[in-house]
Design a binder for this molecule. Structure first.
Ligand code: TUI
Length: 314
C-alpha cells in the first residue's frame, strides 16, 4: 500500500508511530522503521544529551528514515530545536503547541516538518510556514489532546490544506486505517497499538493494563490546566479529577500532583501513582506483537477492506 506519504518520507507503509513521551525510545523506533513504517523518537521533556544518544542508537541500527517528535512544552525545547538541525534528523513532528517560530530554520536545514494539529486554523498556519504534511489528531488519542474527534477533524483539515494529511486518534487496526484514507488522509499515526509492541520497553504492567482495557476505560484529566490528557482510569486519574474539581486546589498544586506520574507508569508500572496515557482505541488492542507484525496486520486488513469497498456502491 503506497500513498504520497510513502514517497515523501521514503517509507514502505504509510504508518507512523506516535512520539509518545517516555515510551518512544530508540528500541521502538528501530523496530517500527525497520518494519517499513516511520518510527518516531519522543524528545518529550528529556534533555538534549539523552535525545542525541537515542538518535545515535537509531542510526547505528538502521539506515531507514525516522522522525524526532518535539514536545513544544518541554523545558529543553530550544536545545532540541537546535539538536535536530545538528544531527541532520530527516523528519520532525511536533506536539502540544505551535512550532512556527522554529520552522524557518528546520525547513532551511532540509528537515521535513510534520506538526500535529488539532484544528484547521493551526493546519493552515503551519502549512504556510512550510510544513511538509500535518498530523490531524482527534481527541480519541492518548496523552495531550485537542477538542475535535478524528471523524470530524480529518476531512476538514484535508479541505483546509493542500499538503498531505495523516490521521491520528482512535486508529488501532485496518478498519481505522481504511476509514482514514476514505476521509482523505494519506496515512495514519498510531500510538496505543504500539504500546504493546515487543520492541516497546515500557513496564509489563503498562502493557497488561492496555491489553485488559475496554472501550470506556480512558478518561480526560487536566482540562482546568489548559492541557487535557487522556489516560486509563486508575487511582491516579480518579484522584487527579477529584483535586481538579476541588476549587480550593490551585493550578500549581494540580501540576505538582501530576508531576512524574507518566514516568511512574512507564518505568515503575506503579498502578496507584502512575498515569497510564492511552487512547480510546485501547479496547482494540488485544495482543503483544512485534512492530513488524502490527504494521503488516493493520496494512493487510486495510488493503482487504479497501479492495472490497466497491460492494457498497453496487
Ligand atoms: O502532544 C501530544 N500528546 C502528548 S504530549 C505529552 S507530554 C505532556 N504530559 C503532560 C501534560 C502535557 C503534556 C503527552 N501527550 N499530541 C499532539 C497534540 N498537539 N495534541 C494536541 C496538540 C496541539 C495543541 C495545541 C497542537 C497545537 C496546538 O496549538 C495551539 C496552542 O494553543 O498551542
Amino acid at each position: 500500500m503506497k500513498t504520497k506519504i510513502c514517497e515523501l518520507l521514503g517509507i514502505e507503509y504509510p504508518v507512523i508511530q506516535g512520539g509518545m513521551a517516555w515510551v518512544a525510545n530508540a528500541s521502538l523506533v528501530i523496530g517500527v522503521s525497520k518494519a517499513g513504517g516511520l518510527g518516531t523518537l519522543a524528545a518529550a521533556n528529556a534533555p538534549a544529551d539523552y535525545v542525541r544518544d537515542e538518535i545515535r542508537k537509531i542510526r547505528a541500527a538502521t539506515d531507514k528514515p525516522f522522525a524526532v517528535n518535539i514536545m513544544l512544552m518541554s523545558p529543553y525545547v530550544e536545545d532540541i530545536a537546535k539538536l535536530v538541525v545538528e544531527e541532520k534528523v530527516p523528519i520532525v513532528t511536533t506536539g502540544a503547541g505551535l512550532p512556527t517560530k522554529y520552522m524557518k530554520e528546520w525547513v532551511a536545514a532540509g528537515i521535513k516538518v510534520i506538526p500535529v494539529v488539532p484544528s484547521c486554523s493551526i493546519a493552515k498556519l503551519v502549512a504556510r510556514a512550510g510544513a511538509a504534511a500535518v498530523i490531524a489528531e482527534g481527541g480519541e488519542s492518548g496523552g495531550h489532546i485537542g477538542d475535535l474527534s478524528t471523524m470530524a477533524l480529518v476531512p476538514q483539515v484535508c479541505d483546509a490544506v493542500s499538503i498531505p494529511v495523516i490521521a491520528a486518534g482512535g486508529i488501532a487496526d485496518g478498519r481505522g486505517m481504511a476509514a482514514s484514507l476514505m476521509l482523505g488522509a494519506s496515512g495514519i499515526q498510531m500510538g496505543t497499538r504500539f504500546l504493546v509492541a515487543k520492541e516497546c520497553t515500557i513496564h509489563q504492567t503498562y502493557k497488561n493494563k492496555i491489553l485488559a482495557a475496554k472501550d470506556i476505560d480512558t478518561i480526560t484529566t487536566g482540562k482546568r490546566l489548559g492541557h487535557p490528557v487522556r489516560a486509563l482510569k486508575t487511582p491516579f486519574t480518579r484522584a487527579f479529577l477529584k483535586n481538579e474539581n476541588d476549587t480550593n486546589k490551585t493550578i500549581e498544586e494540580l501540576e505538582e500532583f501530576g508531576a512524574g506520574a507518566l514516568r511512574k507508569a512507564v518505568i515503575e508500572g506503579d498502578e496507584t501513582a502512575g498515569c497510564f496515557m492511552a487512547g480510546q482505541s485501547c479496547g482494540l488492542v488485544k495482543k503483544e506483537q512485534t512492530a513488524e507484525e502490527i504494521i503488516k496486520d493493520v496494512v493487510t486488513e486495510a488493503d482487504t477492506i479497501l479492495r472490497g469497498a466497491a460492494q457498497w456502491v453496487k
